[in-house]
Structure formats: C-alpha cells, structure tokens
Design a protein around this ligand. Structure first.
Ligand SMILES: [Zn+2]
Length: 183
C-alpha cells in the first residue's frame, strides 16, 4: 500500500513551494519522481510548475490524468489538484493501492468558503481528504488585517464557479474577513 500526502491552503500560502521542497528531498533519496499539472494553468509557463515568486520545476502538462504515464515512478506529484475532474479521486486510490507515493497540492476551500469542487462538480475536497494519509494545512496572510489566512476571497466580479486567476481575482483572508463568515 502506498500513501497520499496533501499540501492545502488558500491562495499565496506557499503550497507549490512546499511541494517543490518535498520533491527535491525525495529526489535526493534516489526516488523516481514524476510531476503533473493540468494544462489549464498556463499563467506563467508551459511545462513547468511555478510558484508566485516564479521559481519553477519541470512538470508534465495534462488535460486528463488518463494521459499520465506513471509506470516508472515511485512518487507521483500533482500540483493544483483542484483543476482536475473527480477522476483524480479514482486515480489517487488506484495509485495508492498499487504502492505509489502520491503527493499533491491545491486549494481545500473554494472562494465561497466550502470544500472545493472538482471540475465536474461530482466530488469535492472532502472526498480527497478521506483517502489521504497526511494533510498539511498551510496558511497565508489576511489581506485585510494581516493575521493568518486560511480562506480565499474572490475580488473579481465574476460568478462562474471555476475562474482561473491570480492576485487580480483572488486574495487570502482570515475567517473573520471572509464573506462566508463576516457579519
Ligand atoms: Zn483578517
């Protein structure tokens, strides 16, 4: 049996940075690591994972996890898992039971403050959390008060549930300053 490890939190919490650090650590232990991300995320570059400070790491861009060749990998890494459909849950279970070590990073909550839905809306983060062995919750800084932020607020005027964006569209906030909770 393999295992599933997650790095989650709001936007700008250093999830990708944590992922890159973990990948480098495993590579130094001679593990064969393969990194994947959804091709929807072309915010900075093709073929590489980028953090917001632009440090990067080579990755395979995919439209679907069906395209992921993991036969020669000990460790399977997926960045921004929330861009995939709920097929991610099935692949995760499959990889785990075939003995792979799976590491993923993404958002745990959507901009409304609820567990984020995968892109076919059939499953959400709670389904992923249930099959995970280790979850690291990372925090950002609240854009309003500067305290620890665990949530993401959408500042762009757009009601589509799925909106790919960065600092122009979203900001990290604490629970007190998130629209779901503030009075
Ligand atoms: Zn705040």
């Amino acid at each position: 049996m393999g295992k599933v490890e997650l790095f989650v939190g709001p936007m700008f919490a250093g999830k990708t940075t944590a992922l890159i650090r973990r990948v480098k650590e495993l590579q130094s232990q001679d593990k064969k690591v393969k990194v994947f991300k959804h091709c929807i995320d072309d915010r900075y570059a093709e073929e590489s994972i980028c953090t917001h400070d632009k440090s990067s790491f080579n990755a395979f861009n995919l439209r679907s996890l069906k395209e992921a060749d993991v036969s020669d990998a000990d460790v399977i890494v997926v960045d921004e898992f929330h861009f995939f459909t709920s097929e991610l849950i099935d692949y995760c279970e499959q990889w785990k039971s075939s003995g792979k070590h799976v590491i993923m990073a993404g958002l745990d909550l959507d901009h409304l403050g609820y567990p984020i839905k995968f892109r076919d809306s059939k499953k959400d983060f709670e389904d992923l959390r249930k099959l995970s062995d280790e979850v690291t919750f990372l925090k950002s800084r609240c854009a309003v008060c500067g305290k620890e932020a665990t949530m993401t607020e959408r500042i762009a005027k757009n009601d589509d549930y799925f909106l790919v964006g960065s600092a122009e569209s979203y900001r990290p906030v604490c629970k007190e300053h998130h629209p779901r909770w503030k009075s």
